[in-house]
Design a protein around this ligand. Sequence first.
Ligand SMILES: Nc1ncnc2c1ncn2[C@@H]1O[C@H](COP(=O)(O)OP(=O)(O)OP(=O)(O)O)[C@@H](O)[C@H]1O
Ligand SMILES: [Mg+2]
Length: 193
Amino acid sequence: MNIVVTSLKGGVGKSTTSIYLAAAAVERGYDPVTLVDADPQASAAEWLEIWPVEGITVVEAPSERTALRAMGRVEGVGIVDTPPGSERLAQSAVGAADVVVIPTRAGGVEYSRVTATLELIPAATPRGVIICAARRGTNDLEAAIDWWKSQKVEVWGVIPERVGIASGPEARLSREGLTEYDAVLRRALRGWR
Ligand SMILES: Nc1ncnc2c1ncn2[C@@H]1O[C@H](COP(=O)(O)OP(=O)(O)OP(=O)(O)O)[C@@H](O)[C@H]1O
Ligand SMILES: [Mg+2]
């Protein structure tokens, strides 16, 4: 199965989410787990090159064609990280996805880009948004959760803002991040079955 992590918006947490979901899948016993990095910037691949996670195989697939081919070859669980701003690649990837996870942030400016992303997904494909780098207890977060509820879009997770979860090759994966993203993975797998 392929879980595609996508949003037309940049810098929302796609790569961070992809890496943590792949690591959570390994911890759940899925084997093999493939991280398909469809972003030419290869930030997920770079991070895992510096801090490899045993059980995750990284496939760099920086184009629509290579990404679709890599997704077709996935056995077990595939997590697909996508670049911002390439509607074409995003559309192809979500078209071939079993489940779609859309990272977003709390705050009103986000909604239109997420809605545009949602419109790319085939009607029958399970999807959920997750709110990344969230500040629990803030009005912004409450408003975002209420908004998605009102739009009948499932919120599969609220990942707190933490230095330890922040991506970038400076640090290995944090235990808190793994726990938070394990809950997202559970929701995604439930959506699929
Ligand atoms: N839970 C979190 N807490 C704190 N910072 C976070 C969290 N999740 C992501 N970030 C930070 O937000 C920034 C964007 O994250 P990330 O690179 O995963 O987003 P992206 O959507 O893949 O970006 P791009 O569109 O450039 O590919 C990074 O600096 C990352 O460290
Ligand atoms: Mg990224």
